[in-house]
Design a binder for this molecule. Structure first.
Ligand code: ADP
Ligand code: MG
Length: 239
């Protein structure tokens, strides 16, 4: 599981994460909601070790992210997809997907290519394996980005606003892929502005407000009670 205990992070005098406790168990689909600037991306970046906590701990399947010797093991457990696609422009879709399995996991190229083609087929991109990122639409690039994360066979998929740079049609095609992954039992922790989508696929909802965790509830309960009527910030956000 992903276990976050007392996580705190400041930028200067600004407390961006303030005593976050969160646990994500295998099989869960947890959405992180909250206004812009509430600390959602920072939380994701702390989980994969791109940012360091000032206090508290995060471990992924028991590997401490704050211990440099354990960080690589922790990173192997999770795959991250960002808002910006971050594909290598000089590599084809297939090469983007196979790079890490070949370099890091030492998967033989033939096997890595075969697995990447299966992933591309699963997101409806069988025909685009040899296309370069510049030849793909935003939605197609993001689907390649998801394949690239999945190629490392992560136990946890972290997604940070993967549709926010996309137009509605492309958003729909990417959300359909995420819904399929959720239905297949992929463990996901995802930040989204798509509240209706979060309602449909999440098992649990976490709400961040100014670096604090204001709610951590089963999705049904969160949406039924507008995040708990005792929380005007959440009711306001949802409306
Ligand atoms: P969210 O993803 O919820 O919009 P972020 O985690 O990106 O929020 O940012 C939370 C706060 O931290 C914001 O006020 C943002 O300006 C600030 N912040 C994020 N990254 C940095 C950084 N590297 N340096 C300084 N401030 C930062
Ligand atoms: Mg963000």
């Amino acid at each position: 599981m992903i276990l976050i205990e007392g996580a705190a992070k400041r930028f200067g005098s600004h407390a961006v994460l303030d005593g976050i406790n969160l646990r994500v168990e295998p099989g869960e689909v947890v959405s992180i909601l909250g206004a812009s600037g509430s600390g959602k991306s920072t939380l994701i970046r702390c989980i994969n070790g791109l940012e360091k906590l000032d206090a508290g701990t995060i471990s992924v399947d028991g590997h401490r992210v704050d211990d440099s010797r354990q960080l690589q093991l922790a990173r192997r457990c999770s795959g991250t997809v960002f808002q910006q696609f971050n594909l290598y422009p000089h590599m084809t879709a297939l090469q983007n997907i196979t790079l890490a399995p070949i370099e890091v996991l030492k998967v033989p190229r033939i096997q890595a290519d075969d697995e990447a083609r299966k992933l591309l087929a699963s997101v409806g991109l069988s025909e685009r394996a040899d296309a370069y990122p510049s030849q793909l639409s935003g939605g197609q690039r993001q689907r390649v980005g998801i394949c690239r994360a999945l190629a490392m066979k992560p136990r946890y998929l972290l997604l940070d606003e993967v549709t926010s740079a996309l137009d509605p049609e492309m958003t729909a095609e990417v959300l359909a892929i995420l819904a399929k992954l959720a239905a297949e039992g992929t463990t996901m922790l995802f930040v989204t502005h798509e509240i209706e989508f979060a309602r449909q696929i999440s098992s649990r909802v976490v709400f961040l407000d100014q670096g604090r965790l204001l709610a951590d509830l089963p999705a049904v309960q969160f949406f039924a009670a507008n995040g708990g009527l005792a929380q005007p910030r959440i009711a306001q956000f949802l409306s």
